[in-house]
Design a protein around this ligand. Structure first.
Ligand SMILES: [Zn+2]
Ligand SMILES: [Zn+2]
Length: 107
């Protein structure tokens, strides 16, 4: 990360696991191997669901993201295109196309 991240914790829910098992089966084992803990990668935000990269080994230019929110209402697994922008330090943004907040990258 180039700066602060939301960092909110979450956990894989039944909704996430159902989505992985039915629509993203190839990624399921890798995701489970990383453990059930989710941690939001977005810039700190007051509203809206949290997001964390789940799996980056699928089709080129896309990745699987876990979305979660209060009371599980927003839990979903999304296949999202990579954000094409550059982070403030010049590297590629590690988030997805259309993400809220500023661009950031893994560090
Ligand atoms: Zn968040
Ligand atoms: Zn971005």
């Amino acid at each position: 990360m180039s700066g602060r991240a939301c960092g909110a914790y979450g956990a894989l829910s039944a909704a996430h696991l159902d989505a992985l098992a039915t629509r993203h089966r190839a990624a399921l084992r890798t995701v489970l191997g990383d453990g059930p803990v989710l941690r939001c990668s977005l810039e700190p935000h007051a509203d809206g669901p949290h997001m964390e990269l789940l799996h980056d080994g699928g089709a080129a230019g896309t990745a699987l993201w876990a979305r979660w929110g209060a009371a599980g209402a927003d839990d979903a697994v999304l296949a999202a295109a990579d954000c094409p922008a550059a982070a403030p330090d010049g590297g590629p943004c590690a988030l997805y196309l259309g993400h809220p907040g500023g661009h950031s990258r893994w560090a």
